[in-house]
Design a protein around this ligand. Structure first.
Ligand SMILES: [Zn+2]
Length: 340
């Protein structure tokens, strides 16, 4: 079978590897149908010095597929079922796992496609508990965007920032995979959405997604425009994943007691925060990473009822690197999906 392996920083190789053995106790065997790309894949591809991993490493962190076989002791699944997969190898028995806080697993073995072998291969055996059924009517292409893009946003907006109907939210990088999902999720509960984009063509697309106000951060200071749009009050929630110099500007966009939730730092991981501002303004800052299996189920339900992902580009497995280049170029609007 095929497996797309990272063999060195920025070097991918499509290898021919043996099929996995029949699924063991509690396992299912999945035929991968689509892998969706995320910024995480780009980090892994470029190489990150602080990441413990062994090369070659099968890439791909977010995926969907069809069950090829079901191992002993697995109930509720049968061959042919469409599924998505949880993107980290959790233990399934620690307190966090038992309580459904999967992304806080105390014994996690790693993120698929980043620390340990991922999904960009024809077949994989996984514990059945890490697979989530795809509702009828949802394509495997769209389902592939549920575990990370949708799941992460669901976790950020609703578990962490506790976004409520009627609130105002600033969504950074509305054209990114998660930004485009955040606009849709916030609008679906009746929020007012302000979003930032890097060019005017993306502004039109963000409006089409339902954003109420779009700011081109290259031509205007987003914090000034946001304060003006909110009559100097600020927004209830900032959806952040950029970091760098924009982080403090994002804090400046919050109303007193506002919440900032972040899951990324594409513009740089180090910032200086004014603690007096933090406590006097009673800001709440949430770090968020990944999602729970419940978040992924809820995401699939949303996709099934019409909140479909925005797909920027579809490529074949052999063109995985072209998909990554599209992400890296920042020209992307929505998700890049690799089809098998
Ligand atoms: Zn665990």
């Amino acid at each position: 079978m095929r497996a797309l392996q990272l063999i060195a920083d920025r070097k991918l190789e499509l290898a021919d590897v043996p099929n996995p053995p029949p699924p063991g106790d509690g396992e299912v065997q999945i035929r991968i149908k689509a892998v969706a790309l995320n910024h995480l894949d780009l980090w892994g591809f470029r190489g990150m010095a602080f990441t413990k991993r062994q090369l070659p490493l099968v890439v791909g962190a977010e995926a969907s597929g069809e069950l090829a076989a079901v191992g002993p002791g697995v109930s509720g699944f049968k061959a042919g079922d469409k599924v998505v997969m949880y993107g980290a190898m959790t233990c399934g028995h620690c307190a966090a796992c038992r309580e459904g806080r999967d992304n806080l697993c105390e014994n996690v073995a790693g993120i698929m496609g980043f620390h340990i072998d991922g999904f960009a291969r024809d077949l994989i055996n996984l514990p059945a508990r890490l697979t989530i059924p795809v509702p009828a009517g949802v394509s495997l292409r769209d389902a592939a965007c549920a575990p990370i893009a949708f799941g992460t946003v669901e976790h950020m907006l609703f578990d962490n920032a506790k976004l409520k109907p009627g609130e105002t939210v600033l969504v950074h990088a509305g054209g990114s995979g998660i930004g485009s999902v955040a606009i849709k999720m916030a609008k679906s509960i009746g929020c007012t959405v302000i979003t930032t984009v890097g060019d005017d063509a993306k502004a039109q697309k963000a409006k089409a997604l339902g954003a109420d106000y779009v700011i081109n951060y290259k031509t205007e200071r987003f914090e000034g425009v946001t304060r003006k749009l909110t009559a100097k009050k600020g927004v209830d929630v900032v959806f952040e994943h950029v970091g760098g110099e924009g982080f403090n500007a994002s804090l400046f966009c919050l109303k007193r007691g506002g919440r900032l939730v972040t899951c990324g730092s594409t513009a740089g991981p180090n910032v200086t925060i004014n603690l007096m501002q933090l406590f006097q303004q009673q800001y709440k800052i949430f770090g968020s990473f990944g999602a729970s299996i419940r978040n992924i189920r809820d995401s699939l339900s949303k996709i099934a009822t019409g909140m479909t992902p925005i797909i920027d580009t579809e490529v074949a497995l052999a063109d995985f690197e072209r998909g990554l280049a599209r992400l890296e170029s920042r020209q992307v609007f929505g998700k890049v999906v690799v089809n098998f």
